[in-house]
Write a protein that binds this ligand. Structure first.
Ligand code: ASP
Ligand code: MG
Length: 245
């Protein structure tokens, strides 16, 4: 099985979701597709939560719990739409609510994943719902008592890596709005080079230096199981992108 992750920009409108289906149609292996909220939905849901309780202190636990219940709906909605469209386009798939599978503690907004329990729950789920393609949410999880949690902003890359780890996946592909990983920020540095192949150590160092290409928690689970990571341009899937291994 391979893991494909699509960020918010890749599902921001109907045209992009059709394009996502074209990419999925090219893949012959079984797929676990991880999707973020559409476009800037997470920011809007964040603002909305703040409007409800404008004076709540940022550290307040009840506020953070409420935040997670509201903000997590962005991914639940986007994946419903992507899953329904793929089914419509002939790409039969199973929509998976990851909040019943990715078990976390109740550190709302920065939840820690219980890998052992999640691995068991995930394999149980897959046996009970056999499919070649699954569509599920990045960024969110759930507690033992059924509350939704989030893993920290931009956490969908990390979800993709965790699923790869728990499934012993063959690879992870992060479909992004860039051609791949560059040696420096191409918007700022004129001779920034596109890097086609690099090690985990090199990639982790770039992220350490502030590169925002991949969420920093993504590498560890992949490194541990030696699962290769591809960063591929969503709009130009024929391009090579970057291979990290
Ligand atoms: N939708 C979430 C966010 O914008 C997670 C993600 O995009 O990775 O932070
Ligand atoms: Mg996002």
């Amino acid at each position: 099985m391979k893991i494909y992750k699509f960020g918010g920009a890749s599902v921001k409108n109907a045209e992009r979701i059709r394009h996502l289906a074209d990419i999925v149609a090219q893949e012959t292996d079984d797929l676990m597709i991880v999707v973020s909220a559409m476009g800037k939905t997470t920011n809007q849901l964040e603002d909305f939560t703040q409007m409800l309780y404008p004076d709540a202190p940022f550290e307040d636990r009840d506020y953070n719990c409420l935040y997670d219940q509201v903000v997590s709906t962005g991914e639940l909605q986007s994946t419903r739409i992507v899953s329904a469209y793929l089914n419509h386009a002939g790409l039969a798939n199973q929509w998976m609510d990851i909040t019943s599978v990715l078990r976390t503690d109740s550190t709302f907004r920065e939840a820690n994943v219980d890998i052992a329990t999640s691995t068991t729950l995930l394999h149980q789920y897959l046996s009970a719902h056999p499919a070649h393609i699954y569509v599920t949410q990045g960024f969110i999880g759930g507690t033992a008592d059924g509350l939704r949690t989030t893993l920290g902003r931009e956490g969908s890359d990390y979800t993709a890596a965790l699923l790869a780890y728990m499934l012993d996946a063959d690879s992870v592909t992060l479909w992004k709005d860039v051609l791949g990983v560059y040696s420096a920020d191409p918007r700022k540095v004129r001779d920034a080079r596109l890097i086609h192949e690099m090690t985990y150590a090199e990639a982790a160092q770039l992220v350490e230096q502030g590169a925002q290409i991949v969420h920093k928690k993504t590498f560890q689970p992949l490194l541990e199981k030696q699962i290769p990571l591809f960063v591929k341009p969503f709009l130009r899937p024929e391009e090579q992108g970057t291979w990290i291994h």
